[in-house]
Design a protein around this ligand. Structure first.
Ligand code: ATP
Ligand code: MG
Length: 253
């Protein structure tokens, strides 16, 4: 691995890229995870590599929904575990919410490595481990359809960063409130979710923890108002406007 100078204009992005490449070499990530990351990088670039106001609004609503939930859960895939293990564990502890491993390209080795990553970050309990019970998510097939009976299966609110579109659709269809973090506002996941945070997980997760510390003092009535006032389609449109203006300005200047 080569030295990246902190003065490099793409420093943060390159650091994340190296982290992902290393995790791939260690067998934590599938090769397709790197492709998904690259797609994320492209969207992050056109979003200005910063958290935009609609994302803040979605974060506030997502945290309110998690605080109101009876059985909230955080579904973790490889990319999220590699990029945000400590924040996932902190958020899960503070809500409190369960953590479940949920991999698209599931192998026993990868599941064990991701479990280890989460445990090293301080997770006490992780669901979706190798050998754990599971029930199928209706409408899906194969390893992608797994839901832990005490986890995603009975959850009412699911935070699923970087989810696949099919699975997001199935979770919504089974009556769950789905909160996603996805840099692509046009992905099926982003379009299907109940609350879409269009931001990089590495920026969104710390902001979620910060927001949680403020919102946990609110009454259920106040939290319910935040959730009820939120309109996900409008929020995504605001992000698309930001992207549109970003391109327009660049063309004019
Ligand atoms: P969908 O299945 O929802 O239609 P897709 O097939 O286009 O989406 P996937 O490969 O299934 O995309 O999932 C990767 C998604 O995760 C992409 O939308 C990508 O923009 C997003 N993504 C990648 N890295 C990050 C990141 N660090 N933070 C947030 N989102 C990310
Ligand atoms: Mg997909």
């Amino acid at each position: 691995m080569h030295e990246i100078s902190p003065n490099h204009p793409r420093y943060q992005s390159l650091i994340l890229r190296e982290k992902m490449a290393k995790a791939y070499q260690e067998g934590i990530l599938a090769d397709t995870a790197l492709i998904a990351h690259g797609r994320g990088e492209a969207f992050d670039y056109i979003l200005g590599e910063k958290t935009n106001p609609p994302a803040i609004e979605a974060i506030k609503t997502g945290i309110s929904a998690m605080l109101l939930a009876e059985n909230p859960i955080i579904s973790v895939n490889g990319n999220t575990a590699v990029l945000s293990a400590e924040d996932i564990v902190d958020l899960a502890r503070l809500i409190p919410a369960a953590i479940e491993i949920n991999l698209f390209y599931r192998t026993p080795q990868r599941v064990e490595k991701i479990e280890r990553l989460l445990k090293e970050a301080g997770a006490k309990k992780v669901l979706g481990k190798e050998g754990d019970d599971y029930v199928p998510i209706p409408g899906l097939e194969g390893p992608r359809s797994r839901a832990h009976p005490e986890g995603i299966n009975r959850a009412d609110v699911v935070l699923v960063p970087l989810e696949d579109g099919d699975r997001a659709q199935s979770l919504v269809a089974s009556g769950k409130k789905v909160i996603t973090i996805d840099l692509n506002p046009l992905s099926r996941t982003a379009q299907t979710a109940s609350i879409t945070i269009v931001d990089n997980v590495v920026r969104a997760m710390p902001l979620m923890i910060k927001e949680l510390k403020k919102l946990k003092h609110c009454s259920r009535k106040q939290l319910t108002e935040i959730v009820n006032e939120y309109d996900n389609n409008k929020n995504i449109s605001k992000t698309l406007d930001i992207i549109y203006h970003h391109f327009k300005q660049d063309v004019q200047s």
